[in-house]
Design a protein around this ligand. Structure first.
Ligand SMILES: NC(=O)c1ccc[n+]([C@@H]2O[C@H](COP(=O)([O-])OP(=O)(O)OC[C@H]3O[C@@H](n4cnc5c(N)ncnc54)[C@H](OP(=O)(O)O)[C@@H]3O)[C@@H](O)[C@H]2O)c1
Length: 295
């Protein structure tokens, strides 16, 4: 069934996700803070653009967001011209941003008091997963709202699971980030080691891709690391934000995350240098003496 939907945030992830909804025949109204990005999206995907989250959300049965972090989620929901006061009672807001579980609970409470459903539904699979419509989507919130939104989430999700009450989507995403970011750091170390040993990088990648070290990260980041191509969309600054969220949550539950602490300090080097928009493949530069930090 074709639905009226709104999508707030057309970045690396949100742009392709909104595009899949339009391609599936839904009537999509988009909002992007930088209006030129919304215009570029319209010329590729059709649909309509709105000047504010409120305007985009007004007649939508489902409103999706994929913005930066906690404060950005607050801004597009309950901030000035935010979506919540404009939405129809019974409509469902689905947030794909990676945020803290705390802000998901806070915003869900605001949604409830506006008569709206709210799902925290962070995503994994990176830019390739968004482009291919093959994301993992981990969802927290009311089971009824999940059932309503699930057919739309399956438009761009390959694995879409309801994890439990609001916040559990974000907690699951934290697990993903704890695992994925450690693997990125190990891959950067391994490939740096291979370069220094004078090995043929392409052969190394082929062999480790088919052995016990195989992973999404080897498949998607090994070649860009060796080619020093840091233009893909997995920004190191966003991962730095994510690991900060993981450490805060771990402090609350008394969990030790020593690898996360170390890897976050690597990311911090790039953020401090104003290079937070580089893809996380840039970690290889830490191990070849460029930064003087970890190498
Ligand atoms: N990139 C990945 O591989 C990946 C994978 C999984 C999850 N995520 C998560 O998904 C989210 C989006 O990531 P992304 O890579 O798509 O980021 P991105 O390319 O930087 O896009 C962020 C989007 O959010 C908008 N935005 C940010 N702050 C805003 C605010 N206060 N008000 C209104 N709009 C705001 C931006 O608008 P402008 O265009 O005006 O800047 C942009 O449209 C993040 O939470 C990230 O951690 C990313």
């Amino acid at each position: 069934m074709s639905e009226d939907v709104a999508f707030l945030g057309l970045g690396v992830m949100g742009g392709p996700m909104a595009g899949h909804l339009a391609a599936a025949g839904h009537r999509v109204t988009v909002y992007n803070r930088t209006a030129t990005k919304a215009q570029a999206w319209l010329s590729r995907c059709g649909g309509a653009a709105a000047a504010t989250p409120a305007e985009a959300a007004r007649s939508a049965r489902f409103v999706f967001s994929c913005v930066g972090g906690d404060d950005d989620l607050r801004a597009v929901t309950v901030g000035q011209d935010g979506a919540f006061p404009a939405m129809q009672p019974g409509a469902v807001f689905v947030d794909h941003t990676t945020t803290s579980a705390e802000v998901a609970r806070e915003v869900a409470e605001q949604a409830r008091s506006n008569g709206l459903g709210f799902l925290d539904a962070p995503i994994a699979g990176g830019e390739p997963g968004a482009l291919q419509g093959a994301l993992s989507i981990m969802v927290g919130g009311d089971a009824g709202a999940f059932e309503q939104a699930a057919p739309l989430l399956k438009v761009y999700g390959r694995s879409v699971l309801h994890m439990g009450p609001v916040g559990t989507g974000q907690l699951t995403k934290m697990v993903n980030q704890i695992c994925a970011t450690g693997i990125i750091a190990s891959l950067a170390e391994g490939l740096s080691f291979a370069e220094r040993a004078g090995l043929d990088g392409d052969k190394v990648i082929e062999l480790i891709s088919n052995g016990s070290a195989a992973s999404w990260q080897v498949g998607n980041r090994a070649k860009p690391m060796l080619q020093r191509d840091f233009s893909a969309g997995g920004a190191v600054g966003l991962l730095h934000k994510d690991l900060g969220i993981c450490l805060e949550e771990a402090a609350r539950t008394g969990t030790s995350l020593p690898v996360v602490e170390l890897v976050r300090s690597y990311y911090e080097t790039f953020v401090d240098r104003g290079e937070g928009k580089l893809d996380a493949a840039c970690l290889i530069d830490l191990f070849n003496g460029k930064s003087g930090g970890a190498g």
